[in-house]
Design a protein around this ligand. Structure first.
Ligand SMILES: [Zn+2]
Length: 90
């Protein structure tokens, strides 16, 4: 799958969703993309859990802004996503 192609598509995949999560939380996405993110969230328990974890991280680190989610947290979550996204892309 080509990385940039997702922008033109009405649906997004988990990796793209994860990459836009901070903008999603800030309401900074364009309306169409916000809607696509909402649709993905409705269908995807993995991304709902990811969102919950990001929110917990932000709430716990009250002095951090959401764009400052620690890299190690992001890395760990991205590895978890890589696991469930399946062997086809390995
Ligand atoms: Zn997802």
């Amino acid at each position: 799958m080509t990385a940039m192609r997702w922008w033109r598509r009405p649906e997004i995949v988990c990796q793209q969703w994860v990459e836009m999560v901070t903008d999603y939380l800030e309401g900074a996405l364009p309306p169409k993309l916000q809607q696509a993110a909402d649709r993905h969230l409705a269908d995807c328990p993995h991304c709902r859990e990811y969102l919950a974890q990001v929110r917990r991280t932000i709430a716990t680190a009250a002095n951090l802004r959401d764009e400052d989610v620690p890299d190690d947290v992001v890395d760990a979550l991205m590895r978890a996503f890589a696991d469930f996204r399946g062997a086809g892309e390995a």
